[in-house]
Design a protein around this ligand. Structure first.
Ligand SMILES: C[S@@+](CC[C@H](N)C(=O)[O-])C[C@H]1O[C@@H](n2cnc3c(N)ncnc32)[C@H](O)[C@@H]1O
Length: 263
């Protein structure tokens, strides 16, 4: 059963949006991809069986399948799954299907060695659904599996929506006394304070590994980043990789990645 009653809003958004281009559209988005992939590869063991939930058009999943891993990819938006199917016709070690992060009942407990939840947490608007997406991700993970969860920090709503679209007053309407933005499904994206996201794992059977600023300041400062020469951009990427786990890099990253291990 699908618990998220706002599913149609999300499917409509991702049916219209060109998700296939997003991660290669500019240096900021590309850095998010490179950083996430760097951490995926850091923790992958040979012959790992991988599940990606919210795989969109398969930027990560298909690349991992091409490296030889056994990959299953699930996404809520049928159009994205169609794109994945057409891009992966020759890959025998790749399988994809329409599915919801809130209900992974098509998979047995303890099936995968790595589970990537890279998108669904942006679109869940109550505590029950957030906990359910996490518990389903962990349920299908083997003991010792690495699980990764992408999420948005509160400041990314202020920079990417409030400031960028002159909508700060709209954010003010849904802001609590601590500067947190309340969950509003019609706004499509939700965001977390880092400590609130970490708290979701308090009662889970996991060991915290790290929290990564996957694009750091690259997207917020994209106009400057785009103008960098290749030499300067390479030096920026080097600095980003050295600092992306530091707390002082995280608040203004547009995307964050929480990494844990199932005990
Ligand atoms: C921002 S995209 C992220 C795609 C890709 N994983 C990435 O990191 O670039 C979010 C994707 O998650 C999917 N999605 C959103 N909610 C979901 C849910 N509850 N279950 C499965 N997929 C979901 C959307 O259809 C969309 O393709």
């Amino acid at each position: 059963m699908v618990v998220n009653k706002h599913k149609d809003i999300i499917i409509n958004k991702y049916t219209e949006y060109n998700e296939d281009e997003r991660l290669v559209s500019d240096r900021g988005h590309n850095l998010e991809y490179l950083t996430t992939m760097r951490y995926i590869q850091k923790f992958l063991k040979p012959d790992a069986k991988i599940l990606e939930i919210g795989a969109a058009t398969g930027r990560y999943s298909i690349a991992l399948a091409k490296m030889g891993y056994d990959v299953t990819a699930v996404d809520l938006t049928p159009r994205n799954v169609e794109v994945m199917k057409s891009k992966s016709k020759r890959l025998k070690n790749f399988n994809c299907m329409v599915g919801d992060a809130l209900d992974l009942s098509m998979f047995e407990d303890k099936t995968f060695d790595m589970v990537l939840n890279l998108g669904p947490m942006y679109h869940l608007f109550n505590k029950k659904d957030k906990n359910k997406a996490i518990s389903e991700t962990l349920r299908v993970a083997n003991k010792g599996a690495i699980c990764m969860f992408a999420y948005l920090p509160c400041a990314s709503l202020m920079t990417g929506y409030g400031l960028r679209h002159q909508a700060v007053s709209r954010l003010d309407e849904v802001m609590d006394n601590a500067g947190r933005f309340k969950d509003v499904p019609e706004e499509i994206f939700n965001a977390f304070y880092i400590e609130d996201f970490k708290k979701l794992f308090d009662k889970t059977n996991t060991k915290y590994i790290t929290n990564v600023a996957t694009d750091g300041i690259a997207y917020v400062m994209r106009e400057w980043v785009e103008q960098l020469s290749k030499k300067d951009y390479d030096a920026f990427v080097k600095w980003h990789f050295l600092t992306c786990e530091r707390l002082d890099q995280q608040g203004y990253s547009s995307h964050l990645l929480y990494i844990c291990k199932k005990k």
